[in-house]
Design a binder for this molecule. Sequence first.
Ligand code: PLP
Length: 411
Amino acid sequence: MSSNRQKSLELYERAVSVIPAGVYGHTSPAATLPIAFPYYAESAEGCTFTDVDGNRYIDFMCAYGPILLGYNHPEIEAAAREEKARGGLYNHPAKVMVELAELLTERIDFADWAVFGKNGSDMTTWALQVARQHTGRKKVLTVKGAYHGVDAWTNPSPGGVIEEDRLHIHHFSWNDLSSFEQQVNRYPGEIAAVMLTPFHHPAFAANVLPGEGFFEGIQKICNANDILIILDDIRCGFRLHEAGSHKRFPIEPDMSCYCKALGNGYPISATVGKDHLQAAAGKVFLTGSYWSDAVSMATAKRCVELVAELNIPEKLNTLGKRLITGLEEAAANAGLKVTGHEPYAMPYLTFEDDPDLRKMQRFSEICANEGVIFHPHHNWFISAAHTTEAIDDAIEIASKAFQAVASEFNS
Ligand SMILES: Cc1ncc(COP(=O)(O)O)c(C=O)c1O
């Protein structure tokens, strides 16, 4: 296959006159690979999707995380249909909201309550407000380069943001406990919370796992200074551990935020928290036009059940390890040195001597043209619908891409 992008480009041309930037946000061609990646999708099934030009891809982005069990998963779709047949959105929440909150608080060890929204940003912003309400403090610490959503306090782009939006947000460096300690000492008694991701997954860079003692140190300092720990588990949640990623990379959050994989493609997010925050949580107004949508809650309930029933995190780890090991071998056969980055359920790859990611971009471009999506600038996602055959097919295509990269960059 060598992909044709005719219809994608035609749609894009129409889009730029009616949609700012045509395609915006993380799916913008500027953030991926112009022309090399398709711009519009038509349909998806299992671990593959088809673009508007009819090209089919083995997909290692899973809609940037939401697809955990596979596209169009029969049990998730059945849960959605069943709930929708009753209605879906009402003046009131539906029974399934209580059932989902019960399930999450049973599953996640520290959680005594749960609330729901639609997007990850809804939850990180709300959790930050709850922390301020509870502590009466203004300041929040986050890791330099970490992504927590599009709201002004954390949006990585400066567009439309004023200085005051970020006045009380302060940064420290991942795996650098002394930079965290410095911030805590700089603002004694003023810090409401620290927001952390389970591992560091910046764009345009490799994954970095928490180093030895990093989370333990943060925990100790937070406990000693009454600083709340908010785990932003939006990208990783239910991929690394069925009971939340703090079980994989140990830390004890006061609140955790979930979104992407929660509804296997249906729009839902959640924050869970400890009992002592319940009063503050009740005081921070939380609502949205679609936030009590029962269909997404029904899909989330089924998805969370299936994650444990089918031991999904273990499955993703095994599949991801097969992919990364295979890619490292294929690259070595082409005379290239690459490093595969864990966690295997959300892996990424870097080339040696590739500071501007040109090799990575060329590799991803060739793979996309041959029917495999490996993002050049963002961690990848494995789903439970990736079969070993699909992974081996992807490695075979990648082998040819490595050969081409080796010959182009050596010459
Ligand atoms: C770690 C993390 N936090 C927050 C968000 C924001 O979630 P959303 O895009 O659903 O608002 C994302 C989205 O990619 C994320 O990866």
